[in-house]
Design a protein around this ligand. Sequence first.
Ligand code: 13P
Length: 256
Amino acid sequence: MRKSLVAGNWKMNGNKSSINSLMDGLVNGLNSNVEAMGSVDVLVCPPAVYLQQVADKVSTSSIKVGVQNVSEYESGAYTGELSLAMLADFNCDYVIVGHSERRSLFGETDAQVAEKCQAALEAGVIPVLCVGETLEQRDSGQALAVVEAQIDAVLKCCGIASFSKLVVAYEPVWAIGTGRTATPEQAQEVHGAIRAVLAAADAEVSASVRILYGGSVNAVNAAELFSQPDIDGGLVGGASLKVDDFLAICSAAAAA
Ligand code: 13P
């Protein structure tokens, strides 16, 4: 049985004051409904400069904290980057790796994404490995091939056993921030294909890995998405910045 996970990717949003309110709302909302929420893991990924602030806020709750990116290198002359050793100072449990915005805007390659996964796993931080196709790729019938190649790059670099420790997030690029969600059937088709690729390497690992859906998840569409057999929760952008919406998504995952 896979436990659902709902992760909020705040991207480059928020400030001290808005983050205080958001975290107070989330902690109170989850703590006042502990029994129902026991069946879902909740993760927030703030901009890294607010890690300490968020870590302080979650100390009275079960919310986990992650970051949105990390360097594959240990230390040294990599201006602007953050290392896994630095994250260890902040009780950081997860790191989003290979988000489509990192791939498209900052040129991250499949190979680099795989190296980041490897480095995170070695440091004991759980990667949330993002995969997903562009609209052009979907329209030309390549969605499954693109996603399978992205998974394959990590399989080759890190091995199938690594998938028993990481989380996969399928985020079709055309659904991110567009309000255009994949239908539950479209999402399930890709989630099933990811699980099949992993099953070919190890059925047990494949059955245990959590595969999240991301791309315009909101309080209204979450329940139907999460009811699909291979969708184990969500990676949420815009709606994770709103207390009521994010809590409703967590409830939908808990009930799925
Ligand atoms: P939205 O939920 O805003 O579409 O963003 C999805 C996403 O990119 C989460 O990582």
